[in-house]
Design a protein around this ligand. Structure first.
Ligand code: ADP
Length: 240
């Protein structure tokens, strides 16, 4: 038995419909929404501003302080509000992915606060959050060496698939499902964030990176268009 057909009818290398928009939170210095299918993330950027508490200050550079949270009813079972081990870990990896492209030496003693909120979750929330946060940073005018774009590639049984859903993550037949969230830089296609939940052979991992490169290029196109002021909603476009 092999995984032949995706439950939502997408091709193996097809992303879910994307929504992307900047400037959704007027009081933030930068803000954005990024959605992939039923996964919806928003991000707000505040700063760069002087860092408090003072003992965390770095005299030679700024820091990115990234928080990731989910709305309690963003998942089928109500998620407990407040920080969890999972949310702290995702906040940390998202912040690191962003920090690798921001020239933090320009902001000594400062902090850039990045707040990611998941409004609705259907897997790939860390990727949607990173996409929204990168757009929000650019919208705030923070100089970035490159843009970053993120997507979760899966291996479901023997197939490499792009942008997996929760239902696909939970696939248990055959070899089961492996979830590999990737974040890539826009020009040099370097990996700034990579996680792996499950198991995969090295040659298939390389295949998954190639799939991530193609998918991230499509995500990047939406991020760039949104940053130019377009209100992107591929759900509407597909109905036209
Ligand atoms: P990601 O959302 O980045 O794929 P995970 O692999 O941890 O991160 O989560 C996969 C999916 O599992 C989430 O997108 C969400 O649909 C679901 N999920 C995560 N946490 C919870 C939770 N506390 N309760 C119910 N579902 C959850």
């Amino acid at each position: 038995m092999t995984y032949e057909k995706r439950s939502d009818g997408r091709k193996m290398d097809e992303l879910r419909p994307i929504m992307a928009k900047v400037g959704i939170i007027p009081n933030a210095d930068g803000s954005a929404l990024f959605a992939a299918g039923k996964t919806i993330a928003i991000a707000a950027v505040y700063g760069p501003k002087l860092l408090h508490p003072a003992h965390m200050k770095k005299p030679d550079r700024g820091i990115i302080r990234c928080n990731y949270n989910m709305l309690p009813f963003s998942v089928s079972e109500r998620a407990r509000p407040g920080p969890s081990r999972r949310s702290k870990e995702i906040g940390m990896v998202s912040g690191n992915a962003l920090a690798s492209v921001v020239d933090l030496k320009r902001f000594p003693n400062a902090v850039i606060d990045v707040d990611i909120m998941i409004l609705q979750a259907d897997a790939g929330t860390r990727c949607a959050g990173i996409n929204a946060a990168a757009m929000a940073l650019a919208h705030a005018g923070v100089v970035m060496k490159e843009m970053i774009s993120s997507v979760a590639i899966g291996k479901i049984d023997d197939k490499i698939v792009t942008d997996i859903t929760k239902e696909e993550e939970d696939y248990h037949d055959g070899e089961g499902a492996t979830d590999i969230p990737y974040t890539l830089t826009s020009n040099t296609k370097q990996i700034t964030h990579l996680q792996l939940d499950g198991k995969i052979q090295v040659n298939r991992l390389k295949e998954s990176y190639e799939a991530a490169k193609i998918a991230c290029e499509k995500v990047l196109d939406c991020q760039k268009r949104a940053l130019k002021g377009e209100d992107i909603d591929e759900n509407k476009e597909s109905k036209k």
